[in-house]
Write a protein that binds this ligand. Structure first.
Ligand SMILES: CC(=O)SCCNC(=O)CCNC(=O)[C@H](O)C(C)(C)COP(=O)(O)OP(=O)(O)OC[C@H]1O[C@@H](n2cnc3c(N)ncnc32)[C@H](O)[C@@H]1OP(=O)(O)O
Length: 454
């Protein structure tokens, strides 16, 4: 990778280690001033930013995980390998880089026990495409191992790519992994000798919060799904960006305008976070994991952030004032609702309980009736249920009554009502980008959306 300035002079050695101070170690002539220093630092930052972008592209990441600004805010070390042999117009070139750093992790050992450790982690590693498989990666990695005085099996690797796994297998015989619930990969022998660099952590202070699983450097890349209005206004789930801080659950703020609230609640598709809030379910990782079916193993760090994890007890109960709170509790003992679709594609909500609030007259001409008073016609499969994805969702949640349409996903819980007594999960259509969509479509999109950033 070439630059318009003299990389050779800037970096000096073949391999340069850079920390958060971003001090270029290169040659300093007699007339070296503060202005020069700023210029050189700017050049170094340009190199880091460009290499970070190239690495992200090589790994199909949506954004770089290595940049000058991220280097300044983290205690990472960047090893930069330069080409001082093949000079490009006398300025040299960058071959690649390797970023490492110590991280507090909760890692499982062979017995499945959690260990709070702080190993050196491989965070980002890139060799320019034109120079891969020429031994440069090994040269850089070897240099890092010597500088950090660490053995390969003592490292934790942050979500390694296939290429990196092959690399570690070939050069360091690292094959057997110890399964983890986060995105870090550790190898056999990791726990065998826990002397340096696996740091002994100081005793925890009484009030110090812990996170259940470890965050990777790549967590910020994950798709952030903003809850629908008004939950994005309420700050009820305050996400902390700092490592180790659990999110804090506070009371929902009073809503702004009741009319506006009701109108928007009906327009907004149910969101997992909103559902979670309204149902007041315990936000345990297991419960969350069930909702993130299809996502990669190792979502737990993110899940823990999102689920208001606290070591000090259960999540706060849902405040009475929250829309649907009292009604929802009352509804929990009611007969379950059923949704049927007739041969003309009309949707019907039915229940054996004629006084069920969901059977109140609804806008939009939806047919709702209690069972016994007006039996539904035989349900028919719609065109969409011929869609393999939808069919799979339907078949995976049988109603137990042989009804292929009565397969409402768990998110659309019948106990979930707004203030007007309309069950949110039973809303029949939402307008998405100007197109009317129904609950099954929304569910399909949620279930099969790829939550991985790449
Ligand atoms: C935590 C993380 O950073 S994950 C991200 C790792 N980075 C990437 O995936 C970016 C793209 N890849 C690269 O930049 C490089 O391939 C690196 C950094 C993984 C390895 O650097 P290289 O200079 O290619 O390694 P080096 O030449 O020393 O060793 C080559 C060995 O690496 C592995 N390797 C390198 N490229 C590939 C590849 N395209 N496919 C499979 N294995 C590969 C192989 O084991 C290879 O040995 P082989 O050629 O005999 O099969």
């Amino acid at each position: 990778m070439e630059f318009h300035f003299d990389v050779d002079a800037l970096l000096g050695e073949r391999v340069t280690a850079v920390d958060q101070h971003l001090q270029p170690p290169g040659r300093r002539g007699p007339g070296y001033t503060a202005t020069h220093r700023v210029d050189l630092q700017q050049q170094l930052m340009t190199i880091i930013d460009e290499m970070g972008k190239a690495s992200a592209k090589a790994q199909n990441l949506p954004a770089p995980i290595t940049s000058a600004s991220r280097m300044q805010t983290n205690h990472h070390v960047l090893y930069i390998l330069k080409d001082n042999e093949v000079k490009t117009a006398g300025k040299g070139a960058i071959i690649g880089f390797l970023k490492v750093g110590y991280k507090k992790l909760f890692l499982l050992d062979h017995h499945g026990a959690h260990n709070e450790v702080e190993p050196l982690c491989v965070l980002d590693f890139y060799i320019h495409e034109s120079l891969q498989r020429h031994g440069y990666g090994k040269e850089l990695f070897q240099c890092m191992l010597q500088c950090e005085r660490v053995q390969p099996h003592q490292l934790a690797v942050d979500r390694p790519s296939e290429k990196l796994l092959c690399f570690l297998r070939k050069h360091y015989n690292l094959q057997g992994t110890i399964p983890q619930v986060n995105n870090f990969v550790i190898f056999e022998g990791f726990f065998a000798n826990q002397h340096a660099p696996v740091r002994k952590l100081p005793p925890k202070r009484a009030e110090e919060e812990i996170k259940p699983y470890s965050l990777t450097d790549r967590e910020f890349l994950k798709e952030e799904v903003e809850p629908p209005w008004p939950f994005n206004q309420s700050h009820s789930l305050t996400r902390s960006s700092s490592l180790g801080n659990s999110p804090v659950r506070t009371c929902l703020k009073p809503f702004l305008n009741e009319q506006e609230l009701l109108r928007n609640l009906r327009l907004c598709p149910p969101h997992a976070a909103a559902h979670h809030l309204l149902n007041g379910e315990p936000g345990g990782p297991a419960a969350q994991r069930r909702r993130t079916r299809g996502s990669a193993v190792g979502q737990d760090g993110l899940v823990a952030q999102r689920s208001s994890y606290s070591r000090y007890g259960n999540p706060a109960p849902l405040p009475e004032g929250v829309a649907g709170g009292a009604e929802r509790r009352a509804e929990s003992s009611r007969e379950p609702l059923r949704r049927l679709q007739d041969s003309e594609g009309r949707t019907m909500i039915t229940s054996q309980d004629p006084s069920h609030p969901a059977l109140l007259p609804q806008p939009g001409g939806t047919v709702r009736h209690s069972e016994g008073t007006s039996p539904p016609t035989e349900p028919a499969l719609t065109d969409r249920t011929k869609d393999p994805g939808i069919r799979e969702a339907s078949e995976s949640k049988p109603s137990g009554r042989g009804d292929p349409v009565d397969c409402l996903p768990p998110r659309f819980d019948s106990r979930w009502y707004d203030r007007a007594g309309v069950p949110w999960g039973k809303q029949l259509s939402w307008t998405v980008a100007g197109v009317s969509r129904d609950a099954q479509w929304i569910h399909y999109k949620q279930e099969y959306r790829n939550t991985r950033p790449w």
